[in-house]
Design a protein around this ligand. Sequence first.
Ligand code: UGA
Length: 449
Amino acid sequence: MKTRVEYSSKLMSMKATLSVIGCGYLGATHAACMSSLGFSVIGVDTDPTKVAMLSRGELPFYEPGLDTLLAQEVASGRLTFTTDFASLADIDIHFICVGTPQSKDSLAADLTYVKSAVEAIAPYLKDGALVVGKSTVPVGTAQSLRERLEQLAPQADLAWNPEFLREGFAIEDTLRPNRLVVGVTNDRTEEILKDVYEPILALGTPWIRADLPTAELVKVAANSFLATKISFINAMAEVCEAAGGDVTVLAKAIGYDPRIGSRFLQAGIGFGGGCLPKDIRAFMARAQELGAEQALEFLREIDAINLRARQRVIDVVRGDLSDDLTQYKIAVLGATFKPDSDDVRDSPALDISAQLHAAGAHVVVHDPKGIEPARKRFPDLTFAESVNECVKDADLILHLTEWKEYRALDPVLIAGLVKSKLIIDGRNALDRELWRSAGWKFHALGRSD
Ligand code: UGA
């Protein structure tokens, strides 16, 4: 990547300042990364506690490397945070990075935050200002926001620039993405965005110009495809279980075909998090509004297969222990929806833990980063600060989030702590032979014994 000094974009030579509206996962990452490219960045958020933390260079969530980058950019003076939209008055380019969670009463996305971000910034938009949406939104949202801006601030323009970052790889995916997609309605807007992303484009990153609806659709189509891949392999796991096959061997074998590819074929308890589940549901809801519900009928099945994976692991637990779980201690390794994150939103691991707890089992959960957020969500669960404490006297270990430290556990040492040497690998990530050779009864989803 070019260094800051070599960076030649027009915006940079004008010392352009960018704003980032919404400083959650996406916004905080985008703000710190844009600052690291040399821009001055003002992040704005309505939550004063979050703004105070970020202003001190402290990250309110866990993301590898982002804490250091944030602290460094805040210390450089280029990156600041505020709750005051009026501070954005002189800025040319504003990125909207607020959340679009699932609505409380339907499958649709809740657009309250996106809409209020546009309302809040509108009075401060200068002549020629550009508002760039990055949040994941139902198709048609950008056009309706554009129409709203025409009423509130006709001097400004709006573009959509979906984000594809994965938790755990947020910096890498922002600064070295595998593509940049921009939904624009004119050449000037495209040129401005090319200028913003010049150092990233200089790496040879593919640039895709689209219209507004296509840009919005690219994002949900990508997440739907990823969800489909995961549910496909989990469906194969179900068939393997019924037929006596091994889904891990099957995944490896089909993955060698480059048309299929081996990634996102890890069978287990399925997908969770703040994106895939709510995005496929919001996509179905939007398709229905558009009269295209039949086209996305398959996503209903993708969702069902995914939720069934959680139930299947509970069935294996009952099969291994008993229908009545009240006498058993179950040690759960992992609470977050995936490793290298402290995010427990729609976490399969936590959902399974809560269901086992509700069924009367004594569930003790460990996670390297997610205990506090998990405790907030499920205060009735018991949490352990160490793996040893978690597994002590357990009748069963359930491995539900594939943190590196769990793969490094020594089954011989752990055997000395538990009541029964019984483990279920809900992520197909542990070395089965290693555990078996240490005398463990080892079960995994999609693998016959
Ligand atoms: C996902 C997409 O991968 C990003 O490209 C997208 O930008 C992001 O959503 C978003 O919309 O903001 P993320 O939610 O961080 O990113 O997580 P993923 O890495 O996609 O994993 C999602 C879930 O699928 C996790 O629970 C993971 O454990 C599960 N998974 C993943 C599997 O069960 N099997 C696999 O083979 C892969």
